[in-house]
Design a protein around this ligand. Structure first.
Ligand code: PDD
Length: 283
């Protein structure tokens, strides 16, 4: 049986869901999105994702189609209607349909689409064994802090990783690692957790914010700064975070084993804490 998806105020079978061919999300990638994980039928860090959505919309002068209460109600209704226990809710807002014109149209009605995706995210083989990555140049646009749907370069990066027989790619700019194709990147070196500082060069991960908070609460030292690929290859541990992978160890970079070449204690501990705390606070 197909899913029930949400489109502009209606819950419809997925095969009946429709968006206009004139939608600016389709024509210009003029849209933003969020991915929220679901564990035990409840939403992980919903408030964080909602806050980032408002920020993305604000940066693009795009109208919010619903308020925060309604957004939560739609997420919950969709989880219930699809009987989703574990997986993700994908949300996308676009500027809406309008005659094709580069300038933003006046008075377009935003398009709001949400759907669920079942996925085993807690017991993950990738988290157990750790993932291998290659490095690639970061060729994305300059406002990576806005979570837009223009994901072609990250898709190309995944394909480069696939062609190289590994799991993912870390992107490098001016000699420093920015982030993974769809996750934030970290190393553990000299007893500290190091991850790139916030700015326009990376997405401000919601999982990142939570993991850094938990790490500090557990008296682990955190340094938010750029790090190089060489530093990463020589690090004791490396890992990535995202809503769909939580904390996942990286055990190989460009064919070089990181640390022992197996998931390390810091990444394992952070994954445990993150899962415990997130499940407790899920709504
Ligand atoms: N991606 N950096 C990039 C480029 C991302 O695409 C993502 C998330 C993250 C991590 O952000 P968060 O912790 O808020 O999920 C960092 C989502 C999961 C995706 O595109 O599927």
């Amino acid at each position: 049986m197909g899913r029930i998806v949400y489109v502009n105020g209606e819950y419809v079978p997925e095969e009946e869901a429709r968006v206009s061919v004139f939608d600016r999300g389709f024509l210009f990638a003029d849209g933003v999105y969020e991915v929220t994980s679901v564990i035990g039928g409840r939403l992980v860090d919903f408030d964080g994702h909602a806050r980032r959505l408002w920020r993305s919309l604000g940066e693009l002068d795009m109208a919010a189609p619903v308020d925060g209460d309604e957004l939560l109600a739609i997420h919950r209704e969709l989880v219930v209607r699809n009987g989703l226990d574990e997986g993700l809710v994908y949300l996308q807002v676009t500027r809406g349909p309008a005659d094709r014109d580069f300038a933003y149209p006046d008075g377009a009605r935003p398009t709001l689409v949400l759907f669920t995706q079942e996925k085993r995210i807690v017991d993950s083989p990738a988290a157990e064994r750790g993932i291998a990555v290659i490095s690639i140049p970061d060729r994305r646009w300059g406002r990576r802090d806005i979570k837009t749907v223009q994901l072609l370069y990250p898709s190309m990066g995944k394909m480069m990783a696939k062609a190289a027989g590994v799991d993912d790619a870390w992107m490098v700019e001016d000699g420093a690692v920015t982030e993974g194709t769809s996750n934030n990147a970290y190393i553990v070196t000299a007893g500290k957790i190091v991850t790139r500082h916030l700015g326009e060069e990376i997405l401000h991960g919601i999982t990142r914010a939570a993991v850094l908070r938990f790490a500090r609460e557990a008296q682990m030292e955190v340094e938010e700064r750029a790090f190089t690929l060489d530093e990463a290859k020589a690090a004791d541990e490396a890992f990535v975070t995202s809503a769909s992978t939580f904390v996942t160890p990286v055990v190989e970079i460009d064919g070089v084993a990181v640390g022992s070449g197996a998931p390390g204690p810091v990444a394992r501990r952070l994954r445990e804490i993150y899962l415990d705390e997130s499940v407790k606070a899920a709504v």
